[in-house]
Design a binder for this molecule. Structure first.
Ligand code: CAA
Length: 550
C-alpha cells in the first residue's frame, strides 16, 4: 500500500533545496528544512521568502497564502526534527562523501519505512544508498533549477531500490504538478547528460575567445529560442555545481567533451560561482540576483568605427535564407537586387549576399564570378553553413572584403539571427558594416570565427547526436528524452522533434562536418542516425524519422 506522506524533510536549503522546499510547501506538505548553521538557514529562508514574495507581487499568490505556505515550513539546524518525515530529500553540495555522510545520519533518524531521496545531479545514487542500512529505500529525486518553475523530475532507480519506493516518489512528483520520468542510475541521468556537454562546449568557446559571452548566449536564445543562453544558464546553475557535475560525468564516461573547461575551475577558485555569489560569466547587482550589471567585458553599445555606407544589396541564389534575407532587407528599405546567377545587375551593389547551394564548387564559382563583376570595395557575403567562409574568400582577389552571414531563422522570437563569420582575412570594418546592416534590417547579428558549425550548429548538433546515442543505448525513450529537455530546461522542442523537423540528412551532414574538423570520439555521428538516413527516413519531409508523421 502506498505510504501516506504529509511531512517532507529537505536537507540543504541552498539554491536547489530552497526551491524544493517551496515546491513541497506550495502543494500543501509540511516541510522541515535543515541547514548546518544559522547563517545558511537564514539564507535558505531568504530564498523561499524572496521567491514567494515575487509570486505575491505578480499576483500569483496572495499575501495570506504566502504566510500560510511559510508557516508550513520548519527551518532548523537540528537534523533530529526529520524523525517526523515520511520522505527526506537531500540537496547538499555535489560531494560524494558529504552526501554519504548525510545519508548515514538520516538512516538513523527516520523510521524504517521512510523514503530517503537524493537530489544529486550526477553522483551515483547507488554509492550514496550503500551508506545506509536500508539501501532499498533510497532513490534519486532530481529536480531542475528553478525547482518551482521546471516541471520535470527524474526518479532514479538503483539496482536495489524497492518498487514501492519508486512508485511513491513518482506519485509524489505528480502531486507536485511535475512530470516524473523513471531512469536508471547513470551519471547525468537524462537531462544533465545531454545538457552539460553543450554547456561545457559553450564555456570553451568563450574561453578560446571564439565569440563574446553575449554573442554565444544570444545565438542560442535568438537562433534556437532557448529561454536563456548557455553561459547565463551556467551562472544560474552555479559554476561550482556545474564543475562537479562535469567532473563526475567525465570520471564515469571518460568522454573528453565532459572534462570541465579550465575556465570553470578558474572562476570557481576566484570565488565567482555564478548568480549565487554575484559574479560568474556575468556580473550581477548582488548575490542571488538575476539582474546583470555592466562590467569591463560588456559591449559599450557605441557604433564601431569604420562602418561603411551600404545602400544597395545584391542577393544571388534562391535558397530559403535568401528569401528571408531579401524580405528583411526590403522592409528596411535597402535597394535590393535579386538574381539567380551572377550577372552585371549586381555590379553597383555595396554588399552582395550569396545564397546558392551549400556546396564547395558551387560557392567557389559564384565568388570568382562576383569578384569579376562587383565594384572594388564591395563586400561579398556567404550564407554558407557547411562550406568554410575562407574557401569562398580564397576564390576572390578581395579576401578582406569577404565575410560569412549564416542566417538562422529565429525560433520563438521575432528576429532572425545572423552569424557574422570573420575569417583570418576579413577586415574589421567589414564585420562592423555587416553587423550594422543586419541590425538595420531587424536581424540579430552575432560574431564568431570561421570554424565548423559557427556558434549555433556547433552547440546544437552534438547535443542532438548525443540524444540519438542515448536512445540507441536504450537508456531512455525518445518521448522521455524530449520531455526531459522541454520540461527540465524549458527548451521549445525536444531533440527528436528538432531532428525530425530539420531533417536527419541535414543533421548527419552537419555532424559529419563537425567530426571531420574536431575529431573528438564524442562527435562521431550516432550509428542510428546514419542508419535512418541510409534507410531514407529523413524526418517530417519523408513522413518518417524518429517518429511517424504519416
Ligand atoms: N523561483 C521561483 N520562481 C521563479 C524563479 C525562481 N528562482 N525564477 C523565475 N521564476 C518564475 C517567475 O516567477 C515567473 O513565474 P510566472 O510565469 O508564474 O509569473 C516565471 O518563472 C518566469 O520568470 P521570469 O519572467 O522572471 O523570467 P524568464 O521568463 O526569463 O524565466 C527562467 C526565467 C525560469 C529561469 C527561464 O529562463 C528558464 O527556464 N531557463 C532555463 C533554466 C534551465 O535550463 N534549468 C535547468 C538547469 S539544469 C538543472 O537544474 C539540473 C541540475 O542538476 C543542475
Amino acid at each position: 500500500m502506498a505510504r501516506e506522506i504529509t511531512t517532507v524533510g529537505v536537507v540543504g536549503i541552498g539554491t536547489m533545496g530552497a526551491g524544493i522546499t517551496e515546491v513541497f510547501a506550495r502543494n500543501g506538505f509540511f516541510v522541515v528544512g535543515v541547514e548546518q548553521d544559522q547563517a545558511a538557514l537564514h539564507r535558505g529562508r531568504g530564498h523561499v521568502e524572496t521567491s514567494t514574495g515575487r509570486a505575491v507581487r505578480r499576483g500569483k499568490m496572495s499575501a495570506a497564502e504566502q504566510s500560510q505556505l511559510l508557516e508550513r515550513i520548519t527551518f532548523t539546524t537540528d537534523m533530529d526534527v526529520l524523525a517526523a518525515c515520511q520522505l527526506v530529500v537531500e540537496a547538499v553540495p555535489e560531494h560524494r562523501d558529504l552526501k554519504r555522510d548525510v545519508f548515514a545520519r538520516l538512516d538513523k533518524i527516520v523510521t524504517p519505512d521512510a523514503i530517503l531521496a537524493t537530489n544529486t545531479s550526477s553522483l551515483s545514487v547507488t554509492e550514496i544508498s550503500v551508506a545506509t542500512e536500508l539501501p532499498r529505500r533510497v532513490v534519486g529525486m532530481h529536480f531542475f533549477n528553478p525547482a518551482p518553475v521546471q516541471e520535470f523530475v527524474e526518479v532514479v532507480r538503483t539496482v536495489v531500490t524497492d518498487d514501492d519506493v519508486v512508485e511513491d516518489v513518482t506519485a509524489i512528483a505528480r502531486r507536485l504538478g511535475k512530470a516524473p520520468v523513471e531512469c536508471r542510475d547513470r551519471a547525468g541521468f537524462i537531462a544533465n547528460a545531454l545538457l552539460f556537454g553543450y554547456l561545457n562546449h559553450a564555456a570553451s568557446m568563450y574561453e578560446t575567445r571564439y565569440a563574446s559571452r553575449e554573442d554565444i548566449d544570444d545565438a542560442m536564445r535568438v537562433g534556437c529560442g532557448y529561454p536563456m543562453g548557455p553561459l547565463a544558464l551556467l551562472d544560474l546553475i552555479g559554476l561550482d555545481t556545474a564543475y562537479e557535475i562535469l567532473e563526475t560525468m567525465y570520471r564515469q564516461g571518460r568522454d573528453r567533451l565532459h572534462a570541465p573547461t579550465p575556465i570553470l575551475k578558474q572562476l570557481v577558485t576566484a570565488g565567482f560561482r555564478g548568480r549565487k555569489s554575484g559574479r560568474g560569466f556575468y556580473t550581477y547587482d548582488k548575490p542571488d540576483s538575476p539582474v546583470v550589471v555592466a562590467d569591463t567585458a560588456t559591449p559599450t553599445g557605441a557604433p564601431p568605427a569604420g562602418v561603411r555606407e551600404v545602400r544597395s544589396v545584391g542577393v544571388v541564389g534562391s535558397s530559403d535564407p535568401a528569401a528571408r534575407i531579401v524580405e528583411n532587407l526590403v522592409q528596411a528599405r535597402f535597394d535590393v537586387t535579386t538574381v539567380d546567377v551572377v550577372t552585371p545587375a549586381v555590379t553597383g551593389a555595396d554588399l552582395v549576399v550569396e545564397a546558392v547551394a551549400d556546396e564547395l564548387s558551387a560557392k567557389r564559382e559564384v565568388f570568382t564570378a562576383l569578384d569579376a563583376v562587383c565594384k572594388p570595395g564591395a563586400i561579398l557575403a556567404t550564407t554558407s553553413s557547411l562550406v568554410p567562409v575562407i574557401a569562398c574568400a580564397a576564390s576572390t582577389s578581395r579576401a578582406a572584403n569577404v565575410v560569412g552571414t549564416h542566417m538562422v531563422a529565429g525560433v520563438a522570437v521575432d528576429r532572425d539571427l545572423v552569424e557574422v563569420v570573420r575569417t583570418v582575412s576579413t577586415a574589421d570594418d567589414v564585420v562592423a558594416t555587416v553587423r550594422s546592416v543586419c541590425r538595420r534590417a531587424g536581424m540579430h547579428p552575432v560574431t564568431c570565427g570561421d570554424r565548423a558549425g559557427f556558434i549555433v550548429n556547433a552547440l546544437l548538433f552534438p547535443y542532438l547526436n548525443d540524444a540519438v546515442k542515448m536512445l540507441e543505448a536504450q537508456y531512455a525513450t525518445a518521448d522521455d528524452i524530449d520531455t526531459a529537455m522541454r520540461l527540465g530546461c524549458r527548451l521549445p522542442t525536444g531533440p527528436f522533434q528538432v531532428l525530425d523537423d530539420v531533417g536527419l540528412d541535414t543533421a548527419l551532414a552537419i555532424q559529419r562536418m563537425l567530426y571531420a574538423e574536431f575529431p573528438e570520439p564524442g562527435y562521431a555521428p550516432a550509428p542510428l542516425l546514419e542508419n535512418l538516413v541510409t534507410a531514407g527516413f529523413l524526418g517530417r519531409k519523408t513522413g518518417r524519422g524518429f517518429r511517424d508523421h504519416a
